[in-house]
Ligand binder design. Structure first.
Ligand code: PXP
Length: 240
């Protein structure tokens, strides 16, 4: 039976908008609830080291509410691991973080950092959290993720979204490898109505995490309509 792909909605940019005025509006928790009301299967938040969008109090409120699985993106630091172990989101996605970047520009180099990542993964798993690693679609990275104990990889679709030649084939090959090495496969970054279907159609994909486009589109057609249309396109890509 064909399984639908879950849609995780990344609400970091709601916090960016709120922070622009220093007040409490729009409130990320309220928007997370609206996303779920509109059909989102999960909520994704990234607590960055510099707290430029989501803040500790947002993460706390959203994890405490948790009417849908929360996917907590974080850098592999002791501080973040301690916060995750306390808040107990359903899943953590470990991402690379550079202070100067605008967004998460590349995947985690699991091959290079496997020694430092392994204990972070073990600590999160001990707390009952499903651990995902955000990686570029490269065979060696998929294999290293499985080897150091991750349960999931999220494939970085940023280069695909920027129309890099050959990128869809790379994603296809990396996704196929995930099931061979026993990992669940997610994907995200830069996905839009125009480019989501080729990714949602990859049979190994179980979840897509989408933020910036949905929030931008919400300004034009409204958040519930943007989420509903994204889910319709994802389902249609799988013949559902
Ligand atoms: N997945 C991960 C791991 C991310 O870091 C991001 C961006 O924060 C996304 C998905 C969502 O990307 P976008 O906002 O471009 O949809």
């Amino acid at each position: 039976m064909t399984m639908p792909v879950r849609l995780g909605v990344n609400i970091d940019h709601v916090a960016t908008l709120r922070n622009a005025r220093g007040g409490g509006h729009p409130d990320p928790l309220t928007v997370a609830q609206a996303c779920v009301g509109a059909g989102a299967d999960g909520i994704t938040i990234h607590l960055r080291e510099d707290r430029r969008h989501i803040r500790d109090a947002d993460a706390e409120a959203i994890c405490a509410w948790a009417a849908r699985p929360v996917n907590f993106e974080m850098a592999a630091t002791d501080e973040m691991a301690a916060i995750a172990c306390r808040l107990k989101p359903r899943a953590v996605c470990v991402v690379p973080e550079r202070r100067a970047e605008i967004t998460t520009e590349g995947g985690l180099d699991v091959v290079k950092h496997r020694t430092t990542l392994r204990p972070v993964i073990a600590r999160l798993k001990d707390a009952g959290i499903v651990v995902s690693l955000f990686i570029d679609p490269v065979a060696a990275q998929v294999e290293a993720a499985a080897e150091i104990g991750a349960a999931v990889v999220e494939l970085h679709t940023g280069a695909y979204a920027n129309d890099k030649p050959g990128e869809l084939a790379r994603l296809q090959a990396a996704a196929a490898l995930t099931t061979q090495v026993g990992l669940e496969c997610h994907a995200g970054h830069g996905l839009t109505f125009a480019n989501v279907q080729a990714i949602a159609a990859l049979p190994e994909i179980r979840e897509l995490n989408i933020g910036h486009f949905l929030m931008g589109e919400a300004l034009l057609i409204g958040l519930p309509a943007a989420i509903a249309e994204m889910k319709r396109l994802m389902n249609a890509a799988r013949g559902l």
